[in-house]
Design a protein around this ligand. Sequence first.
Ligand code: SAM
Length: 232
Amino acid sequence: MSDDPFAQLKAVQREAWAVFAPLEVVTTMPAAELVRYARVSPQHSVLDVGCGTGVVAVTAARLGARASGVDLAPALIERAHKNAALADVEVDFREGDVEALPYAAASFDIVLSQYGHMFAPRPEVAIAEMLRVLKPGGTIAFSTWPPEHFVGQMFALVGKYQPPPPGAAPPPQWGDPNIVRQRLGDAVSDITFDRSVLRFPALSPQHYRKVMEETLGPVVKMVQIFKAMSQS
Ligand SMILES: C[S@@+](CC[C@H](N)C(=O)[O-])C[C@H]1O[C@@H](n2cnc3c(N)ncnc32)[C@H](O)[C@@H]1O
């Protein structure tokens, strides 16, 4: 039996995120921005946490880095392997949890996460794990959504109908620079922030909504809850 108090939440997340693959067309462009921001280059070993279909890891590998990726959802890891094969790069993809990373201490020069580690229920455990596998003097960099912007607001709506279980932090908190500073504390010597624009190709707002309701795990779950409520 698992001693993880959030094992059940993670089992639900693992299943909910399984349908995320079509959204890789949206997350591919910011992946390039994150890799550039973290100054990934061929001499680096890089970990992509919450890698999904591997857009960040594959981008880093295409630059010549030794890339690894880890994600909760096996269906996405399967797709990530296919993405690496198609791009003709080698990436060590593994199924795993950011709160218990399957790597030895000080394994990576750079640890990245694009909209990934933010979904772990215990930010302090997730960040401690990401720092544990980082080499001393290495770089940790992640992309999240500011809580006051559109995607942040969408997750606030999700949180209203599916509040995180007691003891779990709401994911949008990771988009607040003050909270990020607190969570990283003295563990890092230097912090920089940047903002960019996430573009989402959609024919109409209704198309956007349909894609979200079919592919973004927490929104998929929220819609299932609405349907169950309307049938009861
Ligand atoms: C919004 S998707 C981002 C995927 C990918 N990084 C991208 O940019 O396309 C969030 C990802 O975080 C993963 N995830 C959620 N909780 C996780 C956890 N505790 N450990 C590892 N991965 C997790 C999900 O399975 C999902 O693939």
